[in-house]
Design a protein around this ligand. Structure first.
Ligand SMILES: *[C@@H]1O[C@H](CO)[C@@H](O)[C@H](O)[C@H]1NC(C)=O
Ligand SMILES: *[C@@H]1O[C@H](CO)[C@@H](O)[C@H](O)[C@H]1NC(C)=O
Ligand SMILES: *[C@@H]1O[C@H](CO)[C@@H](O)[C@H](O)[C@H]1NC(C)=O
Length: 467
């Protein structure tokens, strides 16, 4: 009470002061335009410390190596002889994350689409009931040019459900952590039930109703929908189909009294805690006269059990309709890139690429016609997007493995690799076109096979020279 009185008195004093010294919120007309009395202050705007990252000021901007700003307090928009210091308002936390935006390689030019988004940025996480989990999503609201796919990352605690539902888009999923039980029914009335663990994949076609439950220890997974405008807020939920049909109709349709529906949920459950799934999956094996879904049309693929193909600098494994037929237009590659190595420069001739960064950090340059290129930096939990036939690479810029998932809307996984293309072109054409020495062209022509991942070439040492 006493505090309140003091505070009120203080405010009163403040008000009186304001009244006593009549001031305006706007300035006088004497400040307009030139007048000798309005002289300038020559402040030194370069009077601050701005250490540069290794290689930032000492190599030609076109060398464009990765700049590590992690120990730089105040990253500067400087690359080689280009740019200048930044004394003004700036977000140094973001600048450390996006060095290729602050100080782009000299080879960046013009405008491309925005090819990078972090799921931490927007929209807010959608939180499940009673700490059962959450989801977060990326779609055309935040990446307007990423029209082929939208992505959702979802967490379910042990026993928690993603409510029974269906949607207009198809759903392709990669398990990121833990294990889950998934179930569905197809249009032939055939039942599907399986347990999946970290690294496995599932696919539910449009309209197929399904549910997901976290098993022991819970689960986390990535969902990829074949429509960039998809939203988790816009799915058909079992709670809502029950809430929005007349109870007399439900009663007639399902053959139980109206009062049987007295306790149904009033609205969406989405993510909510449940009774732990029985560890014996056969206890939940419910079928009708149509039996279980045949293997040729089944909704899961135990991708975790597929050995990756080791290549210099990392490994690759592909899942596409040749091995997982039900996902007839989703082709994906899970790529591991060792520190310093890179997914080679390539493009996908028939599809846009939607990318998810599972672990580590990397950067990519998107080259697009005409004459435009932008370099983007990525961390785990980020989405990348590279339009059809637009070239890109992904270089590991960290000190642990980079793992990324490339998803295409295609009936098989395919790409064209710059290195293989050039190596398989008659040397005379390459020499004449690129003005390379015949020794260089001879060296290039050795890499005739697709590399997928190129090993680290060691530190860049390239003194600055005028270009
Ligand atoms: C799975 O989750 C556990 C618990 O948070 C974590 O320790 C582990 O690193 C995760 N595994 C992967 C591969 O992310
Ligand atoms: C369920 O039962 C059917 C036979 O009715 C069997 O083919 C199938 O393997 C069982 N298990 C699962 C998980 O579908
Ligand atoms: C070809 O490259 C050499 C240097 O390697 C340069 O001197 C020459 O001007 C270039 N030719 C053209 C046509 O650009």
């Amino acid at each position: 009470m006493r505090c309140l009185t003091d505070a009120a008195a203080f405010i009163l004093v403040g008000l009186q002061l304001t009244r006593a010294a009549p001031a305006s919120i706007r300035g006088p007309s004497s400040l307009l335009g030139f007048s000798e009395s309005n002289g300038v202050n020559n402040e030194n705007t370069d009077d601050f410390n701005h250490p540069l990252a290794d290689g930032q000021g000492t190599t030609n901007a076109n060398v464009g190596q990765f700049l590590d700003f992690s120990d730089i307090a105040d990253p500067q928009p400087i690359r080689g002889t280009k740019g200048g210091t930044q004394p003004g308002s700036d977000n140094d936390i973001l600048n450390k994350l996006y060095p290729d935006k602050v100080a782009p390689p000299g080879t960046d030019h013009g405008g491309t689409i925005n090819a990078q988004w972090s799921l931490s940025k927007y929209p807010h996480h959608k939180l499940g009931l009673n700490r059962a989990g959450f989801s977060r999503q990326e779609n055309t609201v935040v990446m307007p040019d990423a029209t082929a796919f939208a992505g959702v990352q979802m967490r379910l605690e042990e026993g928690a459900y993603r409510e029974l539902h269906w949607h207009v888009a198809s759903e392709w999923a990669l398990m990121l952590n833990g294990s889950a039980r998934i179930q569905a029914i197809n249009e032939n009335g055939e039942a599907f039930l399986d347990d999946v663990s970290k690294g496995d994949v599932w696919f539910f076609p449009p309209g197929v109703p399904h549910s997901i439950q976290g098993l022991g220890g819970g689960t986390e997974f990535l969902l990829v929908f074949d429509d960039g405008e998809f939203s988790e807020d816009n799915t058909f939920l079992v709670s809502e189909i029950f809430a929005h049909n007349p109870k007399s109709v439900l009663s007639q349709n399902l053959g139980v009294p109206i009062s049987a529906f007295d306790g149904i949920p009033p609205g969406e459950l989405f993510i909510f805690p449940g009774t732990a799934a029985p560890s014996d999956i056969e206890k939940q094996n419910v079928t009708n006269s149509n039996g279980v879904i045949p293997k040729s049309a089944t909704y899961s693929y135990h991708f975790s059990k597929q050995e990756p193909l080791d290549v210099a600098g990392g490994s690759v494994k592909i899942i596409d309709p040749q091995s997982f037929p039900i996902a007839d237009m989703v082709s994906a590659a899970l790529v591991t890139v060792a520190p310093g190595a890179m997914r080679e420069i390539h493009w996908h001739p028939t599809s846009d690429e939607w990318t998810f960064f599972l672990y580590g950090q990397g950067r990519a340059t998107l080259f697009t016609a005409e004459d435009s290129a932008n370099t983007f930096d990525f961390s785990s939990g980020d989405v990348g997007y590279f339009p059809q036939s637009n070239s890109h690479y992904v270089q590991n810029t960290g000190d642990v493995d980079l793992v990324l998932l490339e998803v295409l809307k295609a009936d098989h996984f395919s790409d064209i690799a710059l290195g293989q293309w050039i190596a398989t072109t008659p040397p005379q054409i390459v020499e004449d076109t690129l003005n390379l020495s015949s020794a260089t062209v001879k060296a290039l022509s050795k890499a005739k096979e697709k590399q997928y991942v190129i090993p680290s070439s060691g530190p860049v040492a390239n003194p600055i020279k005028s270009s």
